[in-house]
Design a protein around this ligand. Structure first.
Ligand code: COA
Length: 707
């Protein structure tokens, strides 16, 4: 067991708990925490600490932590902020393993330095900190409820990790109201030390936990989260809600938790890459959690919709496309299952319309036939209220069907209608049956289930192709160090080109000429047409300065271009030190793409891909992924832009060399990973030629760290 796992065990399954700041005053937070610990039936040792001593809830109150006779593995600090550090020091002396700091007043209000010092001290003394600024933790395994939220929590299979304390506390009540059992609920607060990645390590192995739900406001150390999520989602579903999607929301989240909400596009893409299932709303995620923690996995993709109305059938089919629910369409088998059970004017095509005349007995016949057929793997049952539907007998039939088949095949229901239908839906939901009024809700839970199935079945990432691609790390670092030594945080064009060549990225042949004669010789040597660009660290935007000349066909044009560039640049910036003029091979035209790699403030090394020109500038049609990426993930990156069909070739154009693009993506990613002084790389454009003819980077910009 890793040290982290051991310490997370002390958080979720402590042997002994010290409550520092325990008060006998029912108006105090610490009193409520102790009251919840008692009510949860915690079997370990409980040590309230308060300088006044005495007794609370029958427990002896110790005046100091050091006076406790036995060991303490878990401490909860509930004293005002200015006393927290001293309490943490006392915990170190007592060899506490994990500390929950309930107290507010740290980085969320700008008191970042003290928070950092506390964590540094704790880590130096082998202790882990949850919080500060949290409402506590509930764990069904211990069991222990050390929150100051509601006392009444239903144990079950859903783990909730929440960055918002208030929302978390409310979710305790909400899950109870919705009959959702919790394995744990953890408030992470400022995430000064313990974060989602640490907690996921424990939850992955927790038998009690069937589904994990994370409410995230901002991501810190996203690279750790990515690694852990990829492991966990292969074993159990992880559902994510992220606030701060809009610019305004992100600003509110940043001031709320003291952490930066990552750009939503990056977050969304990386969650998909890791197999986390992203929900839009808390309600949606709770629906998914409840369903996924109670249902069996489908044995295959064949979902059948049974409906008494064509309209809701079509709505459900739309929703299936949106949520990725695969619909069964073997017409012969469907006919075999349903034809003799529905009127001739019904339809056996999926959605199967058993017609508005269907009564509970008619539904039952069709549903049982679907469940009994081995080709059908899951069922969505829909209904609109009609006079035939017989709301008296319908609920009993649905309940029976649910119990007869729930352990073998997943199913969800949606019924729409008046008061009696609404009552039936809420009564059946209270009994744990996945039934909704809204068709989309009923389909979305099935979508989450199929996403989970896809994650579980997905083969482990294969990095053999990526490993076979080598970049010259020594040369790359030499080039960067030389630029650093020159006091610059950006590479000049010819330096970037040299670095890219060291990474095996195909760049146009290029050399810097220091005299006109040299330029003419170089151009003649590499063959016309050529491009000429000014080389000066004082001129970054070369085109603006008139420092670029394209498509030079012969010796005379090179001579004219030399004169013009020198003249323009001297006029643009008379003080600019001009090193020379770069003469480059003119790249043939093809499909322009763009590859970016950067150190993201939330997720660390990330990569971006898009088509060049208007697609990236106007349409913002780009995709993101966290590094490192396998060849398959690189392919997902390329396929997920909307303009991907252009790479496949449209209107009779040939398919482009996608393999060459993938290889360049992998090489650019490797450059970022092999040199921690590089913050940004942009290869723009990378011109992709027809399949088999490769791709060529025309230009590369590379930025370095400021320190
Ligand atoms: N060791 C142990 N106990 C101590 C102590 C020490 N060094 N110093 C003081 N105490 C005792 C106090 O005497 C008091 O007990 P009493 O009621 O018997 O007098 C108890 O600890 C609590 O201290 P007090 O000063 O009364 O603080 P409080 O209970 O009013 O508030 C916090 C403490 C932590 C709750 C408050 O500072 C806070 O941060 N509140 C916000 C919490 C929150 O919202 N978290 C985020 C949720 S999402």
């Amino acid at each position: 067991m890793t040290k982290n796992l051991e310490q997370m065990k002390c958080l979720f399954e402590p042997q002994s708990v010290a409550l520092i700041g325990a008060s006998g005053n029912p108006g105090k937070i610490s009193y409520n925490i102790l009251s919840n610990i008692v009510a949860s039936g915690y079997k370990g040792k409980v040590y309230p600490i308060n300088p006044k001593g005495g007794e609370i809830f029958g427990y002896t109150v110790y005046t100091k932590l050091e006076d406790i006779p036995g060991p303490v593995d878990h401490a909860i600090i509930v004293v005002p902020a200015q006393m927290v550090f001293d309490s943490v020091k006392e915990c170190a002396a007592k060899k506490v393993q994990v500390i929950q700091i309930i107290t507010s007043g740290f980085s969320e209000v700008g008191n970042t330095e003290e928070e950092k010092q506390i964590v540094k001290y704790a880590r130096e003394h082998d202790m882990r900190i949850l919080g500060p600024n949290i409402f506590g933790t509930y764990s069904a395994t211990a069991p222990i409820n050390s929150t100051f939220g509601p006392a009444d929590i239903m144990p079950g299979g859903v783990a909730i990790l929440t960055q918002s304390g208030a929302l978390g506390a409310a979710m305790i009540g909400k899950t109870k109201a919705e009959n959702i059992g919790l394995s744990t609920i953890v408030s992470i607060g400022n995430k000064a030390d313990i974060d989602e990645a640490d907690l996921l390590e424990y939850l992955m192995y927790s038998d009690q936990t069937k589904v994990i739900f994370m409410y995230i406001e901002g991501v810190k150390q996203g690279d750790r989260l990515v690694k852990k999520l990829k492991e966990v989602t292969k074993v159990k579903p992880v559902i994510v809600v992220k606030s701060g999607r809009s610019k305004r929301g992100a600003m509110a989240a940043a001031s709320h938790t003291g952490s930066l909400a990552g750009a939503d596009g990056v977050f969304d893409a990386i969650m998909k890459q890791c197999g986390a299932i992203r929900a839009e709303t808390v309600q949606e995620s709770l629906n998914w959690c409840k369903f996924l923690s109670n249902t069996s996995l489908p044995k295959g993709p064949n979902t059948v919709i049974v409906t008494n109305g064509g309209g809701i059938g079509v709505l459900a089919a739309d929703a299936c496309e949106k949520y990725g629910v695969p619909l069964y369409d073997d017409l012969e088998t469907l006919k075999g299952i349903f034809a003799d059970k529905i009127p001739s004017y019904g339809t056996t095509k999926n959605p199967v319309d058993i017609t508005g005349g269907a009564n509970p007995a008619g539904y039952e016949k069709c549903l049982r036939a679907a469940f009994e057929n081995p080709e059908v793997h899951s069922v969505i049952c829909l209904g609109c209220e009609t006079a035939m539907i017989d709301v008296e007998n319908l609920p009993g039939m649905l309940e029976k069907i649910y119990h007869d088949y729930k352990d073998t095949k997943p199913m969800s229901f949606s019924f729409f209608g008046g008061d009696a239908i609404e009552k039936m839906v809420s009564d059946l939901r209270a009994k744990g049956i996945p039934i909704f009024n809204e068709t989309y809700d009923c389909v979305s839970i099935m979508g989450a289930l199929y996403k989970n199935l896809h994650n579980i079945n997905e083969p482990a990432e294969d990095f053999s192709f990526v490993d076979s691609i080598k970049v010259d790390e020594v040369r790359i670092n030499e080039i960067v160090n030389k630029v650093k030594a020159d006091g610059r945080t950006f590479l000049l064009a010819h330096e970037s080109a040299e670095l890219m060549r060291a990474a095996g990225v195909s760049m146009p042949i290029s050399k810097v000429a220091h005299t006109l004669e040299e330029a003419v010789d170089l151009a003649t040597g590499m063959g016309f047409p050529v491009v000429m660009k000014v080389v000066s660290k004082d001129i970054i935007h070369k085109s603006d300065a008139g420092g670029v000349a394209l498509n030079l066909e012969n010796r005379d044009e090179v001579i004219d271009a030399w004169e013009a560039i020198m003249h323009n640049c001297r006029k643009y910036n008379p003080n600019a030190k001009i090193t020379g003029i770069e003469v480059c091979e003119m790249v043939k035209s093809g499909t322009e793409t763009i590859i970016g790699a950067r150190q993201d403030s939330s997720f660390g090394p990330t990569i971006m891909f898009g088509l060049g020109g208007i697609y990236v500038e106007v349409m913002k049609d780009v995709s993101f992924a966290a590094l490192p990426i396998s060849k398959k993930a690189a392919m997902n990156l390329v396929e997920s832009i909307k303009s991907y069909p252009l790479l496949l070739g449209v209107r009779g154009e040939a398919k482009k060399d996608i393999n060459a693009v993938l290889e360049t993506i992998i090489r650019v990613g490797k450059v970022l990973l092999c040199c921690d002084k590089i913050t940004d790389i942009e290869v723009n454009p990378l011109v992709a030629y027809e399949e088999g003819n490769g791709a060529k980077a025309v230009d590369a910009r590379i930025l370095l760290t400021k320190d």
